[in-house]
Design a protein around this ligand. Structure first.
Ligand code: SAM
Length: 250
């Protein structure tokens, strides 16, 4: 999806921002697999508005370059991140604007299903990483479809997820073919919202690329159904879905 042809950049952070404890959980998961002392340069590939970029720099005490094809997403990222070791470049996964063996880690969050050439991107990761460097991928996959909390509220969304999502095995095969060894795969139960009412508010902002493919009438009907559910749900019930974490090593 070309994010510059949508209004997603303007609403992304308010619709998909993390609570600080959730962000910390993800960073801790990463450094449990990738020792911090071997990481001084990170690529945040498909960084978007920089939801992870500065946090990666602080957590790993590393330089981070955020790369994204979208000018509007990068503009938001640049506005928020003024820390020196963080920089941004316009580019794509299939043609990374970076030198050979120049990075210790490539991180990708919720990008894989947008890549037009995932195998070419895996080859580019191999090129820019030093030997022993890691690729960490945080992405929902087709295997987790039943955990999408909005599945039962939006007519037509199942077919869109099925068409757009990548199976877990495809990601593993792309990186194995590019010369990586698999370190771990885990399905992480990720808390998207503390309750159904705030989950409905977040989805209503329209920053989800799968929901953005629905006809407007189906999207609005789904938001109404979601809000109706929120009104009678336990206000203490958090909303979760499984997100896959893959770590590969060059
Ligand atoms: C759902 S956003 C994720 C942003 C960020 N990683 C995060 O987790 O908040 C997906 C991002 O992938 C970017 N993207 C789309 N095609 C890409 C490509 N070929 N190479 C790298 N990034 C791409 C989009 O521009 C968008 O910013």
């Amino acid at each position: 999806m070309d994010y510059d042809k949508t209004d997603i950049a303007a609403v992304y952070d308010s619709a998909r921002g993390f609570d600080p404890d959730i962000l910390q959980e993800w960073l801790t998961l990463l450094s449990a697999q990738v020792p911090k002392d071997g990481v001084s340069r990170i690529v945040d590939l498909g960084c978007g508005t920089g939801r992870f970029t500065e946090a990666l720099s602080l957590h790993f005490d590393a330089d981070v370059v955020g790369i994204d094809p979208s000018a509007t997403m990068l503009q938001r990222a640049r506005e928020k991140n003024s820390r020196n070791p963080v920089s941004f470049k316009q580019g794509t996964g299939e043609s990374l604007p970076l030198e050979d063996s120049s990075a210790d880690m490539v991180f990708m969050s919720m990008v894989y299903h947008h890549l037009p050439d995932p195998q070419g991107t895996a080859r580019e990761c191999h090129r820019v990483l030093r030997k022993g460097g890691h690729v960490c991928i945080r992405n929902s996959t087709l295997d987790q479809i039943e955990t999408y909390p909005y599945l039962r509220f939006f007519d037509g969304i199942r077919a869109i997820i099925e068409e757009q999502s990548i199976p877990r095995g495809q990601i593993e095969s792309d990186f194995s073919t590019a010369g990586f060894k698999a370190v771990i795969h885990k399905a992480i139960p990720h808390r998207i919202a503390p309750d159904w009412a705030s989950y409905a508010d977040k989805q209503a902002k329209g920053a989800d690329s799968f929901l953005a493919r629905l006809p407007e009438g189906d999207f609005q009907a789904g938001i109404t159904a979601l809000r109706a559910h929120a009104e009678q749900a336990d206000p203490e019930e958090s909303v979760r879905m499984n997100i896959d974490l893959f770590v590969f090593q060059r």
